[in-house]
Design a protein around this ligand. Structure first.
Ligand code: PLP
Length: 453
């Protein structure tokens, strides 16, 4: 049986309506920004394979580190044992994360798990239990941004329920308050769009009202810094994120930044929080952590949070762990990926991608029905259709566009009516220029679907 036949008989794919989704495409090989299909076609991976790939597919330095580690220690229980890759990676992450100058403290404790959802789940549980450990039992609510996405486990679904994916689970989710996210986008000469300050002021006033009403019952605030990924690459200004975090922190509520998508250079700095000058109490890392090779995640906690779990008996301990916690292969891949940021000038490459994207966005924004051009780091996005139409997953536009992009050799997965590009940092100027031209062509030919005549 072929891969395709076996797959169609026995595999259940994520985020798919299996009855109507086209058959999954068998991929046999990856190299640089390209994927090679069984039928010989080459596809340019402009989605970084669901936002995980950083330096390109099958990067030889990461592959080598993995092969070496696989012959040395593939895995070991992480309760009561440790190993060099996990300890070195923890040190490297703590060193790479920003520290608070005023408080003189930083994110000093690395708790490992294996995907973005578990990193979020661990952070929510840490924030929650930290209050319990201090004898504070009233704090049973969480605060999140409208439109947030934090993963698909129950805690993560709860704080991301406004993304609209979780209707069937509504009755069994945690109690969460949602505060507005003040979106922004570029106008043609890269200035802030006109209404942004008004939107920010209104959002902060709403936040103040929530904090006045429920501040004493909030166990934590979680946010995707600067870019809300899954709800349509919605971006905010660094000063807005900072103002929100300051208001939350002023009430003693722990700030959790979910850098699962934004981490590891995606927004132009190693972490998005650097641009906002915010040092949270907890940060969630995954996706790009291993450069896109293996599932691994880290929830990094401040010393203050960590210390609330210390005691003479098990009752205040963090009773949470996963079989593959701190997998040595994953940690070795992560160390190799971090080293590439230096040796390959990854952030410089990402700055060049953004520059090229700005030129492309200016052209795209001249097409009918193309709105809200925005760019940050290696991410560029536009909305198709009416200016205020958010990301509509039920729109039939996405699948049509996706199919057309694939015909042209591009992996571009619109989020509803939002078309975005997020290539790995290794994409060449030539590849990116070709992608830009082809995407413009598709927007041209599909305009009748979303642009009023
Ligand atoms: C993808 C994502 C998650 C979930 O990560 P998984 O590895 O898919 O579980 C959480 N938060 C953000 C911001 C994400 O983009």
């Amino acid at each position: 049986m072929s891969t395709s036949q076996q797959d169609q008989r026995h595999v259940w794919h994520p985020f798919c309506q299996e009855q109507t989704a086209p058959p999954a495409l068998p991929v046999v090989r990856g190299h640089g920004a390209s994927l090679f299909l069984e039928d010989g076609r080459e596809i340019l991976d402009l989605a970084s394979s669901w936002w995980v790939n950083v330096h390109g597919h099958c990067h030889p330095a990461i592959a080598q580190a993995l092969a070496d580690q696989a012959r040395t220690l593939e895995h070991v229980i992480f309760a009561g044992f440790t190993h060099a890759p996990a300890a070195s990676l923890a040190e490297a992450l703590v060193r790479a994360l920003p520290r608070s100058l005023e408080k003189g403290t930083g994110l000093d404790r690395v708790f490992y798990s294996d995907n973005g959802s578990t990193a979020v789940e661990a952070a929510l549980k840490m924030a929650f239990q930290s209050w319990r450990n201090r004898g504070e039992r009233r704090r049973t609510l969480f605060l999140a941004f409208e439109g947030a996405y934090h993963g698909d486990t129950f805690g993560a679904m709860s704080v991301g329920r406004s993304s609209g994916f979780y209707g069937p689970f509504e009755d069994v989710l945690l109690k969460v308050r949602f505060t507005p996210f003040a979106e922004t986008w570029l106008d043609s000469d890269e200035k802030d769009d006109a209404g942004v300050q008004a939107r920010e002021s209104a959002a902060l006033a709403d936040l103040d009202a929530i904090l006045d009403l429920d501040g004493a019952r909030l166990a934590g605030f979680i946010a995707e810094p600067l870019v809300q990924g899954a709800s349509g690459m919605r971006m905010c200004r660094p000063q807005f994120l900072r103002a929100v975090c300051e208001r939350v922190a002023a009430r003693g509520i722990p700030v959790i930044l979910d850098e699962v998508m934004t981490g590891f250079g995606r927004t132009g700095t190693l972490f998005a929080m650097e641009q906002a000058g915010v040092v949270p109490d907890l940060v969630c890392l995954s996706k790009g952590l291993t450069g896109g090779f293996l599932p691994l995640a880290a929830t990094v906690a401040s010393t203050a949070i960590y210390e609330t779990f210390l005691g003479q008996d098990f009752s205040t301990a963090f009773a949470h762990g996963h079989s593959y916690t701190a997998n040595p292969l994953g940690c070795a891949a992560a160390l190799a990926s971090l080293a590439l940021f230096e040796s390959e000038g990854t952030l410089t490459r990402i700055a060049a991608i953004r520059q090229a994207n700005l030129g492309w966005l200016a052209e795209a924004a001249r097409l009918p029905g193309v709105n809200r051009p925005r760019a940050l780091g290696s991410i560029a996005a536009v909305n198709l259709g009416s200016g205020d139409g958010g990301c509509d997953y039920h729109s039939s536009l996405g699948p049509k566009l996706k199919a057309r992009f694939l015909e042209l050799g591009l992996l571009v997965r619109p989020l509803g009516n939002v078309v975005y590009l997020m290539p790995p940092a290794c994409i060449t100027p030539h590849e990116l220029a070709r992608a830009h031209a082809l995407v413009l062509e598709v927007l041209h030919e599909t305009a009748p679907l979303y642009a009023p005549a």
